[in-house]
Design a protein around this ligand. Structure first.
Ligand SMILES: C=C(O[C@@H]1C=C(C(=O)O)C=C[C@H]1O)C(=O)O
Length: 382
């Protein structure tokens, strides 16, 4: 019978030796980093890594060990790169970004655009984020709001990016990759939908309900209780309330906010119609300037991956290895490239943090089309 204790003793001796060799290898990698600091050579050398893996795979005995050797050395080389990125950052090599730190964002007397009409949740988000005097106006579509900022007509746009019941607003993610704009702030708004109709109307008279598709989805359980109702998509919740007021039809209702009901003189026919009573929408504040506040604590990035196995794992390892806490990951299809995806990651940190600099350096060297979408802080939810 084999003695387990004996085996473990032997493993301990081998591991000690592996550790000694690992540290010896890492020391050499530090010399490589020094060479790269002086010559400007890129840390990642994919050809050298592939050649090494091919040799080691062949030197290993049997297919199981061959695969194991490949995985082991992929990890060792990834760690070696992370150490090199760290040393490059420490030596101040190529850390400049176009981002500029500011004490506080200018929030007064600025031009702010939102999508929708007054009474929309975007309007509420804007009022909460910009409590002082501003010049605000609205446009019909998310794209139009992005363009106002891109062409310098507005300093900021306020756009919904995610709802806690229905998930991300995909159009905004796609527009963020299309336009070179930056997220500079975030505002959460509790969204409590009501059913609005003309004054004096009762729920039994309703047969058509207007609202934004997100709001219709957030109230789908309530709507399922009224299967005969026709639902009609509108560009936003407040615009649907406005329509009920303008068309003066007793059979029509809108799903919108209480504030929109007050603005357009409508009655509340039903309350709490969203099945999630913690229904919150997150809005982003977008600017054409790459600025961030000195106490900003959240970063959004996006990137594409090289088409190889394990690449997402390796990209995320840059956050993990630098002890950065990831708060969100999303993916969106890349237009024109079926089954390829762009990833969006949010994580905690400030662009000034060395850990953030290391992680971004690694990500930028190893992923494709990396963009830092913004470094910003969250305003208290309203
Ligand atoms: C050590 C180097 O840097 C990186 C890490 C490698 C490794 O650990 O073997 C190989 C190639 C580079 O991607 C190098 O360039 O030789």
């Amino acid at each position: 019978m084999i003695d387990l204790q004996e085996c473990r003793k032997e493993i301990d001796v081998i591991d000690k030796e592996i550790l000694r060799l690992f540290e010896k290898r890492m020391k050499v990698c530090e010399d490589v980093a020094e060479y790269k600091i002086h010559t400007g050579k890129q840390v990642l050398d994919p050809k050298r890594e592939q050649d090494k893996l091919d040799v080691l795979k062949n030197q290993a005995h049997g297919s199981f060990n061959s695969l194991g050797a490949q995985e082991l050395f992929q990890q060792i080389m990834a760690i070696s790169r992370k150490r090199q990125y760290q040393l490059l950052t420490k030596n101040g090599v190529g850390t400049e970004r176009n981002y500029k730190m500011v004490d506080e964002l200018p929030l007064k007397d600025v031009n702010v655009v939102f999508q929708g009409v007054e009474g929309a949740y975007s309007y509420a988000a804007m009022r909460a984020y910009f409590p002082e005097e501003i010049n605000s106006y609205h446009v019909k579509t998310f794209r139009a709001a992005m363009e106002e900022v891109a062409f310098g007509k507005a300093d900021y746009a306020v756009l919904p990016i995610e709802n806690s019941t229905e998930g991300i607003v995909t159009d905004i993610y796609d527009l963020l990759t299309e336009y070179q704009l930056y997220i500079v702030g975030e505002q959460g708004v509790r969204v409590q939908h009501v059913l609005l109709g003309l004054p004096g109307v009762t729920v039994d008279e309703i047969d058509t309900v207007y609202s934004h598709p997100q709001a219709l989805a957030q109230c789908k359980h309530y709507l399922e209780e009224h299967p005969s109702w026709k639902t009609v998509k509108a560009e936003n919740t407040a615009a649907s309330a406005k329509r009920i007021k303008e068309e003066q039809k007793r059979n029509q209702a809108a799903i919108a906010s209480r504030a929109a009901g007050e603005l357009y003189g409508l009655s509340i026919l039903a309350e709490n119609i969203c099945h999630n009573d913690q229904n919150v929408t997150r809005f982003i504040i977008v600017s054409s300037k790459p600025i961030y506040e000195k106490n900003a604590g959240k970063i959004s990035v996006c990137f594409e991956l090289p088409h190889a196995s394990g690449t997402l794992y390796h990209m995320l390892s840059h956050f993990i290895y630098n002890s950065l806490s990831m708060t969100k990951i999303e993916s969106r299809p890349i237009p024109g490239q079926n089954w390829k995806y762009r990833f969006f990651v949010d994580f905690e940190g400030n662009l000034e943090d060395p850990a953030v600099k290391n992680a971004l350096r690694g990500l930028e060297a190893e992923a494709i089309g990396v963009r830092v979408l913004g470094n910003y802080g969250q305003q208290e939810e309203i």
